[in-house]
Design a binder for this molecule. Structure first.
Ligand SMILES: [Fe+2]
Length: 362
Protein backbone atom coordinates (compact mmCIF):
# COMPACT_ATOMS: atom_id res chain seq x y z
CA UNK A 1 0.00 0.00 0.00
CA UNK A 2 1.15 3.49 -0.82
CA UNK A 3 0.02 6.47 1.24
CA UNK A 4 -0.09 9.95 -0.22
CA UNK A 5 -0.64 12.84 2.17
CA UNK A 6 -2.52 15.70 0.58
CA UNK A 7 -2.90 19.16 2.00
CA UNK A 8 -3.94 22.28 0.22
CA UNK A 9 -4.41 26.03 0.31
CA UNK A 10 -2.03 27.07 3.02
CA UNK A 11 -2.51 30.76 2.03
CA UNK A 12 0.53 31.86 4.00
CA UNK A 13 0.33 35.61 4.50
CA UNK A 14 -3.46 35.56 4.50
CA UNK A 15 -5.28 34.64 7.71
CA UNK A 16 -3.13 35.47 10.75
CA UNK A 17 -3.00 31.83 11.74
CA UNK A 18 -2.34 30.50 8.24
CA UNK A 19 1.20 29.45 9.03
CA UNK A 20 0.39 27.84 12.35
CA UNK A 21 -2.48 25.91 10.78
CA UNK A 22 -0.18 24.56 8.08
CA UNK A 23 2.39 23.71 10.75
CA UNK A 24 -0.23 21.67 12.55
CA UNK A 25 -0.88 19.59 9.45
CA UNK A 26 2.80 19.01 8.77
CA UNK A 27 3.36 18.14 12.43
CA UNK A 28 0.70 15.45 12.10
CA UNK A 29 2.32 13.94 9.03
CA UNK A 30 5.76 13.97 10.61
CA UNK A 31 4.39 12.18 13.66
CA UNK A 32 2.95 9.32 11.61
CA UNK A 33 4.87 6.07 11.72
CA UNK A 34 5.49 5.03 9.15
CA UNK A 35 5.09 8.33 7.47
CA UNK A 36 3.18 8.73 4.23
CA UNK A 37 5.22 7.93 1.15
CA UNK A 38 4.83 11.37 -0.38
CA UNK A 39 3.20 14.74 0.11
CA UNK A 40 1.01 16.69 -2.29
CA UNK A 41 0.31 20.37 -1.64
CA UNK A 42 -2.26 21.40 -4.19
CA UNK A 43 -1.80 25.13 -4.55
CA UNK A 44 -2.51 28.52 -3.01
CA UNK A 45 0.72 28.24 -1.11
CA UNK A 46 0.91 32.01 -0.54
CA UNK A 47 -2.05 34.32 -0.19
CA UNK A 48 -0.70 37.30 -2.17
CA UNK A 49 2.17 35.64 -4.00
CA UNK A 50 4.77 37.77 -2.27
CA UNK A 51 8.33 36.48 -1.96
CA UNK A 52 8.31 36.81 1.81
CA UNK A 53 5.17 34.68 1.98
CA UNK A 54 6.95 31.95 0.04
CA UNK A 55 9.88 32.16 2.42
CA UNK A 56 7.48 31.44 5.27
CA UNK A 57 5.78 28.66 3.37
CA UNK A 58 9.10 27.03 2.57
CA UNK A 59 9.99 27.08 6.26
CA UNK A 60 6.88 25.00 6.89
CA UNK A 61 6.84 22.73 3.85
CA UNK A 62 10.56 21.95 3.87
CA UNK A 63 10.13 20.26 7.22
CA UNK A 64 8.71 17.44 5.13
CA UNK A 65 11.80 15.51 4.06
CA UNK A 66 10.29 13.05 1.61
CA UNK A 67 9.07 13.07 -1.97
CA UNK A 68 6.61 15.79 -2.71
CA UNK A 69 4.67 17.69 -5.33
CA UNK A 70 3.81 21.35 -4.74
CA UNK A 71 1.41 23.01 -7.17
CA UNK A 72 0.51 26.59 -7.97
CA UNK A 73 -2.96 27.94 -7.23
CA UNK A 74 -4.83 31.05 -8.24
CA UNK A 75 -3.36 32.98 -5.31
CA UNK A 76 0.18 32.08 -6.32
CA UNK A 77 2.51 33.97 -8.60
CA UNK A 78 4.86 31.89 -10.68
CA UNK A 79 8.02 33.96 -10.48
CA UNK A 80 8.42 34.06 -6.70
CA UNK A 81 6.91 30.58 -6.44
CA UNK A 82 9.59 29.17 -8.71
CA UNK A 83 12.28 31.16 -6.99
CA UNK A 84 11.40 29.74 -3.59
CA UNK A 85 9.68 26.40 -3.98
CA UNK A 86 11.09 23.05 -5.00
CA UNK A 87 7.94 21.69 -6.63
CA UNK A 88 8.92 18.18 -7.70
CA UNK A 89 10.89 15.82 -5.54
CA UNK A 90 10.91 12.19 -6.56
CA UNK A 91 12.42 9.14 -5.03
CA UNK A 92 11.85 6.36 -2.60
CA UNK A 93 15.13 6.27 -0.74
CA UNK A 94 15.68 6.63 2.09
CA UNK A 95 12.10 7.67 2.72
CA UNK A 96 10.38 4.52 1.48
CA UNK A 97 7.41 3.43 3.55
CA UNK A 98 8.33 1.10 6.31
CA UNK A 99 12.05 1.66 6.21
CA UNK A 100 12.01 3.86 9.25
CA UNK A 101 15.01 5.66 7.88
CA UNK A 102 13.67 8.95 9.07
CA UNK A 103 12.76 7.73 12.51
CA UNK A 104 10.08 9.24 14.62
CA UNK A 105 10.04 12.73 13.32
CA UNK A 106 12.85 14.34 15.18
CA UNK A 107 15.05 14.85 12.17
CA UNK A 108 15.01 18.19 10.59
CA UNK A 109 16.85 18.77 7.36
CA UNK A 110 17.91 22.24 6.58
CA UNK A 111 17.07 23.46 3.14
CA UNK A 112 19.82 22.61 0.78
CA UNK A 113 21.21 19.67 2.67
CA UNK A 114 18.65 16.94 2.62
CA UNK A 115 19.62 13.66 1.09
CA UNK A 116 16.25 12.92 -0.45
CA UNK A 117 16.07 10.89 -3.62
CA UNK A 118 19.42 10.42 -5.25
CA UNK A 119 21.42 11.78 -2.41
CA UNK A 120 23.26 14.14 -4.67
CA UNK A 121 20.88 16.98 -4.91
CA UNK A 122 21.49 20.38 -3.58
CA UNK A 123 18.31 22.25 -2.97
CA UNK A 124 17.62 25.67 -1.73
CA UNK A 125 17.33 29.30 -2.31
CA UNK A 126 20.93 30.02 -1.54
CA UNK A 127 21.97 29.72 -5.11
CA UNK A 128 18.97 31.40 -6.60
CA UNK A 129 18.09 34.98 -6.52
CA UNK A 130 15.37 36.85 -8.19
CA UNK A 131 14.12 40.33 -8.65
CA UNK A 132 16.34 43.12 -9.82
CA UNK A 133 16.89 42.17 -13.38
CA UNK A 134 20.38 40.80 -13.15
CA UNK A 135 19.87 37.62 -11.25
CA UNK A 136 20.02 34.15 -12.51
CA UNK A 137 16.66 32.49 -12.10
CA UNK A 138 18.04 29.01 -12.34
CA UNK A 139 21.22 28.29 -10.53
CA UNK A 140 23.90 26.64 -12.52
CA UNK A 141 24.36 23.73 -10.21
CA UNK A 142 20.95 22.73 -9.02
CA UNK A 143 19.72 19.31 -9.62
CA UNK A 144 16.77 17.79 -7.90
CA UNK A 145 14.33 15.00 -8.20
CA UNK A 146 15.40 11.53 -9.12
CA UNK A 147 18.94 12.48 -9.76
CA UNK A 148 18.56 12.64 -13.49
CA UNK A 149 16.57 15.81 -13.78
CA UNK A 150 18.03 19.18 -14.18
CA UNK A 151 16.14 22.17 -12.95
CA UNK A 152 18.31 24.61 -14.81
CA UNK A 153 20.90 24.00 -17.43
CA UNK A 154 23.32 26.26 -15.73
CA UNK A 155 23.54 28.72 -18.53
CA UNK A 156 20.22 30.46 -18.63
CA UNK A 157 20.03 33.92 -17.37
CA UNK A 158 16.49 34.70 -16.47
CA UNK A 159 16.75 38.35 -17.27
CA UNK A 160 19.29 38.51 -20.01
CA UNK A 161 16.74 38.46 -22.74
CA UNK A 162 19.03 36.55 -25.01
CA UNK A 163 18.28 33.01 -24.07
CA UNK A 164 15.21 30.95 -24.33
CA UNK A 165 13.55 30.41 -21.00
CA UNK A 166 12.15 27.19 -22.27
CA UNK A 167 15.02 25.05 -23.36
CA UNK A 168 16.63 23.36 -20.46
CA UNK A 169 14.72 24.92 -17.65
CA UNK A 170 11.50 23.05 -18.08
CA UNK A 171 12.48 19.47 -17.38
CA UNK A 172 11.40 19.34 -13.77
CA UNK A 173 10.80 15.68 -14.38
CA UNK A 174 11.36 13.18 -17.04
CA UNK A 175 9.07 13.76 -19.93
CA UNK A 176 8.60 17.41 -19.23
CA UNK A 177 10.99 18.39 -21.96
CA UNK A 178 8.25 18.22 -24.50
CA UNK A 179 6.59 21.12 -22.83
CA UNK A 180 9.58 23.36 -23.23
CA UNK A 181 9.01 23.80 -26.92
CA UNK A 182 5.87 25.73 -26.18
CA UNK A 183 7.45 28.30 -23.95
CA UNK A 184 8.38 31.76 -25.03
CA UNK A 185 11.80 33.30 -24.74
CA UNK A 186 11.85 35.58 -21.78
CA UNK A 187 11.68 39.09 -23.17
CA UNK A 188 14.51 41.45 -22.64
CA UNK A 189 14.23 43.93 -19.86
CA UNK A 190 11.01 42.65 -18.40
CA UNK A 191 10.62 41.69 -14.81
CA UNK A 192 7.97 39.32 -13.62
CA UNK A 193 7.15 41.61 -10.75
CA UNK A 194 8.07 44.99 -9.45
CA UNK A 195 8.13 46.52 -6.03
CA UNK A 196 4.94 48.03 -4.80
CA UNK A 197 2.44 45.81 -6.53
CA UNK A 198 0.46 43.23 -4.69
CA UNK A 199 -0.44 41.14 -7.66
CA UNK A 200 2.55 40.62 -9.87
CA UNK A 201 2.18 39.77 -13.47
CA UNK A 202 3.11 36.22 -14.14
CA UNK A 203 4.20 37.34 -17.57
CA UNK A 204 5.77 34.62 -19.63
CA UNK A 205 6.99 32.41 -16.82
CA UNK A 206 6.32 28.86 -18.00
CA UNK A 207 3.75 26.78 -16.17
CA UNK A 208 5.05 24.68 -13.32
CA UNK A 209 4.41 21.17 -14.61
CA UNK A 210 6.15 17.92 -13.91
CA UNK A 211 5.99 14.46 -12.42
CA UNK A 212 7.06 12.86 -9.18
CA UNK A 213 8.19 9.27 -9.48
CA UNK A 214 7.57 6.86 -6.64
CA UNK A 215 7.89 3.13 -6.38
CA UNK A 216 4.53 1.99 -7.74
CA UNK A 217 2.94 5.40 -8.10
CA UNK A 218 3.35 8.49 -10.19
CA UNK A 219 2.09 11.99 -9.43
CA UNK A 220 1.65 14.30 -12.39
CA UNK A 221 1.33 17.97 -11.51
CA UNK A 222 -0.41 20.57 -13.66
CA UNK A 223 -0.46 24.35 -13.41
CA UNK A 224 -3.95 25.78 -13.85
CA UNK A 225 -2.99 29.26 -12.63
CA UNK A 226 -4.11 32.03 -14.99
CA UNK A 227 -1.83 35.02 -15.28
CA UNK A 228 -2.93 38.21 -13.56
CA UNK A 229 -4.47 40.83 -15.83
CA UNK A 230 -3.30 44.38 -15.15
CA UNK A 231 -2.21 43.25 -11.72
CA UNK A 232 -5.59 41.72 -10.93
CA UNK A 233 -5.65 38.11 -9.80
CA UNK A 234 -7.60 35.69 -11.98
CA UNK A 235 -9.31 33.07 -9.86
CA UNK A 236 -10.60 30.60 -12.42
CA UNK A 237 -8.33 27.92 -13.85
CA UNK A 238 -7.19 27.07 -17.37
CA UNK A 239 -5.03 24.45 -19.04
CA UNK A 240 -3.86 25.44 -22.50
CA UNK A 241 -3.23 23.15 -25.47
CA UNK A 242 0.47 22.84 -24.75
CA UNK A 243 -0.04 21.77 -21.17
CA UNK A 244 -2.70 19.24 -22.12
CA UNK A 245 -0.43 17.86 -24.83
CA UNK A 246 2.35 17.55 -22.29
CA UNK A 247 -0.01 15.72 -19.92
CA UNK A 248 -1.08 13.33 -22.66
CA UNK A 249 2.54 12.56 -23.51
CA UNK A 250 3.55 12.21 -19.88
CA UNK A 251 0.73 9.76 -19.20
CA UNK A 252 1.55 7.79 -22.34
CA UNK A 253 5.15 7.22 -21.37
CA UNK A 254 4.52 5.49 -18.04
CA UNK A 255 1.69 3.13 -17.20
CA UNK A 256 2.13 2.83 -13.46
CA UNK A 257 -0.85 4.01 -11.34
CA UNK A 258 -0.99 7.77 -11.53
CA UNK A 259 -2.66 10.65 -9.72
CA UNK A 260 -3.26 13.71 -11.87
CA UNK A 261 -2.98 16.75 -9.63
CA UNK A 262 -4.03 20.35 -10.19
CA UNK A 263 -5.39 23.22 -8.16
CA UNK A 264 -8.77 23.91 -9.74
CA UNK A 265 -11.60 21.34 -9.61
CA UNK A 266 -12.74 20.65 -13.16
CA UNK A 267 -16.35 19.98 -12.17
CA UNK A 268 -18.95 21.65 -10.00
CA UNK A 269 -18.88 20.43 -6.43
CA UNK A 270 -21.91 22.27 -5.14
CA UNK A 271 -20.10 25.15 -3.47
CA UNK A 272 -21.61 28.43 -4.62
CA UNK A 273 -18.43 30.32 -3.87
CA UNK A 274 -16.43 28.08 -6.16
CA UNK A 275 -18.86 27.66 -9.03
CA UNK A 276 -17.62 30.71 -11.02
CA UNK A 277 -13.93 29.96 -10.51
CA UNK A 278 -13.52 26.31 -11.46
CA UNK A 279 -11.30 24.97 -14.24
CA UNK A 280 -12.65 26.17 -17.58
CA UNK A 281 -13.19 23.81 -20.52
CA UNK A 282 -12.89 20.73 -18.30
CA UNK A 283 -13.94 18.46 -21.14
CA UNK A 284 -10.50 18.95 -22.69
CA UNK A 285 -8.84 17.56 -19.58
CA UNK A 286 -11.42 14.79 -19.42
CA UNK A 287 -10.63 13.77 -22.99
CA UNK A 288 -6.98 13.28 -22.04
CA UNK A 289 -7.72 11.34 -18.88
CA UNK A 290 -10.13 8.99 -20.64
CA UNK A 291 -7.29 7.93 -22.92
CA UNK A 292 -5.28 6.75 -19.91
CA UNK A 293 -6.98 4.16 -17.74
CA UNK A 294 -4.01 3.96 -15.37
CA UNK A 295 -4.99 7.36 -13.96
CA UNK A 296 -6.39 6.39 -10.58
CA UNK A 297 -7.90 9.72 -9.58
CA UNK A 298 -7.73 13.47 -9.99
CA UNK A 299 -6.56 15.33 -6.89
CA UNK A 300 -7.34 19.03 -6.45
CA UNK A 301 -7.35 21.92 -4.02
CA UNK A 302 -9.01 25.34 -4.31
CA UNK A 303 -12.32 24.27 -2.77
CA UNK A 304 -11.15 24.33 0.87
CA UNK A 305 -13.33 21.39 1.80
CA UNK A 306 -13.03 17.70 2.51
CA UNK A 307 -14.96 16.60 -0.53
CA UNK A 308 -15.21 13.87 -3.15
CA UNK A 309 -16.91 13.51 -6.50
CA UNK A 310 -16.09 11.93 -9.85
CA UNK A 311 -14.43 13.16 -13.03
CA UNK A 312 -13.60 11.29 -16.21
CA UNK A 313 -15.19 8.24 -14.63
CA UNK A 314 -12.84 8.16 -11.67
CA UNK A 315 -12.64 9.74 -8.21
CA UNK A 316 -11.99 13.45 -7.92
CA UNK A 317 -10.80 14.25 -4.41
CA UNK A 318 -10.27 17.58 -2.69
CA UNK A 319 -7.42 17.77 -0.23
CA UNK A 320 -9.32 19.73 2.39
CA UNK A 321 -8.38 23.24 3.41
CA UNK A 322 -5.43 24.30 5.51
CA UNK A 323 -6.21 28.00 5.96
CA UNK A 324 -10.01 27.79 6.10
CA UNK A 325 -13.05 25.76 5.09
CA UNK A 326 -15.54 26.77 2.41
CA UNK A 327 -19.13 25.72 3.05
CA UNK A 328 -22.37 25.26 1.22
CA UNK A 329 -24.58 28.34 1.29
CA UNK A 330 -27.21 26.20 2.98
CA UNK A 331 -25.00 25.64 5.99
CA UNK A 332 -25.31 28.12 8.86
CA UNK A 333 -21.58 28.76 8.95
CA UNK A 334 -20.80 31.55 6.52
CA UNK A 335 -19.26 30.89 3.12
CA UNK A 336 -15.75 30.84 4.55
CA UNK A 337 -15.70 29.05 7.88
CA UNK A 338 -12.56 30.42 9.42
CA UNK A 339 -13.03 28.68 12.76
CA UNK A 340 -13.04 25.20 11.27
CA UNK A 341 -9.88 23.25 12.00
CA UNK A 342 -7.41 22.72 9.15
CA UNK A 343 -8.00 19.55 7.17
CA UNK A 344 -5.91 17.17 5.10
CA UNK A 345 -6.44 13.98 3.15
CA UNK A 346 -4.64 10.66 3.24
CA UNK A 347 -5.01 8.73 -0.01
CA UNK A 348 -4.27 5.03 0.34
CA UNK A 349 -3.51 3.16 -2.89
CA UNK A 350 -3.97 -0.49 -2.05
CA UNK A 351 -1.96 -3.28 -3.62
CA UNK A 352 -5.04 -4.42 -5.53
CA UNK A 353 -5.40 -0.97 -7.11
CA UNK A 354 -8.25 0.31 -4.95
CA UNK A 355 -8.14 3.79 -3.54
CA UNK A 356 -9.30 4.76 -0.06
CA UNK A 357 -9.25 8.34 1.19
CA UNK A 358 -9.40 9.48 4.81
CA UNK A 359 -9.80 13.13 5.73
CA UNK A 360 -8.59 14.56 9.02
CA UNK A 361 -9.58 17.78 10.75
CA UNK A 362 -6.78 18.70 13.14
FE1 LIG B 1 -7.40 28.72 -1.78
Amino acid sequence: MITLAHLSDTHVGGPPDARSRAERLVDHLLAMEPRPDALLVSGDIADHGRPEEYDEAVAVLDRWPGPRLVLTGNHDVRAPFRAAIEPFRSGTQPFASGTGSFGSGTESFASGTEPIASGTQSIGSGTESFGSGTESFASGTQSFGSGTESFGSGTESFASGTESFGSGIEPFASGAESFAAATEPFPSGTEPFSAGTDRFQNGTIPPVVGAVELDGLRLVGLDSLVDAVDGVRQDHGELDDDQLAWLDASLAEDDRPTFVCLHHPPVDIGLELMAPILLREPERLEDVLRRHPHVVATLVGHAHTAGATTFAGRPLLVGGGSASTVTLDAEPLGRIWQDAPPTLALHLLHDDGRLTTHWRAL
